[in-house]
Design a protein around this ligand. Structure first.
Ligand SMILES: [Zn+2]
Length: 180
């Protein structure tokens, strides 16, 4: 944070709340038996503590299908003033907004929005699952969204490499904004 403050670069902190796939659990050494709701709950609590320590708010993009199992955490995020955004309906292989036809995208985004808005206030920010998005998606987001703040310039392999080595992500961001 000191580096960022010194340079005066505005930064948005965002987190995605996704379902955990079997591959991801194996990659990160998470036991397959561990309940998803408890893993998500623990992760969100850690983020809440971290953000509270440094005194900033963030945007949490939540997958609509997870809202019910993390209802308490969503309420806590809201109570602490964090923003909740939409991170798709299911975040699985079918929730691919780079490929889906317009009508199916519309149905999914509208359903996801309605589900999330049942748990939190109006949702106005969107991030596509795995940042897969198309021009159709941007048109559909005009139903009430203000922004999709993350359009990836990375291919899937680059993203996978970075997820395997979190330090690379930090270096990538510092390089991107020339903060070194
Ligand atoms: Zn995601």
């Amino acid at each position: 944070m000191e580096i960022i403050k010194r340079r005066g670069v505005p930064v948005l902190i965002t987190c995605d709340i996704d379902p955990l796939t079997r591959d991801e659990r194996i990659r990160y050494g998470i036991p397959l038996s561990e309940e998803q709701s408890s893993l998500l709950g623990t992760s969100i609590e850690l983020m809440i503590d971290l953000l509270s320590d440094i005194g900033i708010n963030a945007t949490f993009f939540v997958t609509a299908a997870l809202c019910e199992e993390i209802e308490d955490e969503l309420n806590e995020l809201k109570r602490r003033g964090h923003q909740i955004g939409c991170h798709g309906l299911t975040h699985d292989e079918y929730d691919n907004y780079a490929r889906l036809p317009y009508n199916e995208q519309f149905r999914r985004i509208r359903s996801a929005t309605e589900i999330i808005e049942d748990f939190v206030e109006r949702v106005t920010v969107f991030r596509a699952p795995a940042v897969r998005i198309s021009a159709k998606t941007l048109k559909i987001l005009e139903i009430g969204y203000l922004t999709d703040p993350f359009v990836s310039s990375m291919d899937d392999n680059t993203m996978d490499d970075m997820l395997d080595n979190p330090k690379t992500i930090v270096d990538f961001i510092l390089d991107l904004y020339m903060i070194k």
